[in-house]
Design a protein around this ligand. Structure first.
Ligand code: TRP
Length: 336
């Protein structure tokens, strides 16, 4: 596709990320790196999903810092606020408003079946709030307001995208063509990054063992140290195998960072030991993340720049969101 094609000819992509304190290499290789890659081919809208964050209890000052930090990270990744619409979800009130509307077109039963709800309500048994339950209708609103053709989501969000599609179809069947029914977007490259300490589990910042995950903003020495300590096996052969989840994970990470295929990686380290390989992976990851961290450190102190960008992003987003929201309201029968 032509890079300079007018925006209207490009397919639209929408995605959001929660403002969690420490975004990991898993978030980067599984999602954010693709956000950047999609920027030229698609008309992209990306948001910090701060409203989603309060389904679990948050400390106000910390939440505020994390929202700033996540927005700054989007810029540090190299996303261009001229090309893509970058904003903070709560700055566009249509998200919460459409979510109410959609909740009246969503069945209690279908939300009860969401696996993430079942998992999270078991984990936070003392705070099974209604927001945790209705979270997929807010996510559906995030998506449907912008009429995207594609929504890139990881495996854990597929069920939520499915429900957004079901809600859109249901609404359109009653009121006509209001929402676009989006397709999931499966990126050409990317990796499901597993824990460095237990490679049968997904890499997660909530893991108590800090050696099991790498933060996007970790410094070089920390990154290399964590890779050196990565759990492997005793075969001493760099090859992908279901019986070698640790080494397979490191190969997938190295491949995602360098763009080399698994076979090329296996050939490159043929006859070499795990020590050499782990160091190479650590260095490649550190090299990739270093400029992002440097840019982040610069941007996060520039409050004025951040504020200008999230305000103009929200204005741009709201112009689109408002139109869809009003159309849906009108169709339902509200007086505008
Ligand atoms: N629920 C997603 C997550 O936790 C984040 C999210 C919110 C999202 N709204 C979205 C993702 C809309 C894609 C589209 O990862």
């Amino acid at each position: 596709m032509c890079e300079n094609a007018p925006v209207e000819n490009k397919k639209k992509v929408l995605s959001c990320i929660q403002p969690s304190g420490m975004l990991t290499l898993g978030n980067y290789l599984g999602a954010l790196k693709n956000w950047v890659a999609m920027e030229n081919e698609f008309d992209c809208t990306y948001a910090v999903a701060d409203l989603h964050a309060i389904t679990v209890r948050q400390e106000p000052a910390k939440l505020r810092a994390q929202i700033h930090s996540t927005f700054a990270l989007l810029l540090a990744l190299g996303l261009d606020p001229e090309k893509s619409t970058l904003f903070i979800q709560s700055h566009v009130p249509e998200h919460a408003a459409l979510s109410w509307l959609l909740s009246c077109y969503t069945q209690f039963g279908e939300l009860s079946r969401m696996t993430q709800f079942k998992d999270k309500s078991a984990k936070h048994a003392d705070n099974v709030n209604v927001g945790l339950f209705s979270y997929p209708t807010l996510m559906a609103a995030d998506i449907l307001l912008y009429k995207p053709d594609f929504v890139p989501v990881g495996a854990d969000q597929k069920q939520h995208l499915e429900i957004a599609r079901d809600i859109a179809v249901r609404f359109n069947n009653i009121y006509g063509d209001v929402f676009t029914v989006p397709e999931p977007y499966i990126p050409k490259t990317g990796a499901r990054v597993m824990s460095l300490q237990d490679p049968t589990k997904k890499m997660s910042k909530s893991d108590e063992n800090a050696n099991s995950w790498v933060a996007i903003l970790d410094d070089r020495d920390t990154i290399i140290r964590k890779f050196k300590r990565a759990v492997t096996d005793s075969e001493a052969c760099v090859r992908v195998s279901e019986t070698k989840p640790g080494i397979s994970n490191l190969i997938a990470i190295y491949s995602a960072v360098t763009g080399k295929s698994f076979e090329e990686v296996e050939r490159e380290f043929d006859g070499k030991g795990y020590g050499d390989f782990k160091l190479a992976v650590g260095e490649a990851v550190a090299d990739e993340l270093a400029p992002i961290k440097a840019e982040y450190d610069r941007i996060i102190t520039d409050k004025k720049l951040l504020e200008d960008l999230y305000k103009s992003g929200a204005e741009r987003a709201e112009r689109v969101a408002r139109k869809t929201y009003l159309k849906a309201m009108k169709k339902v029968g509200f007086v505008l």
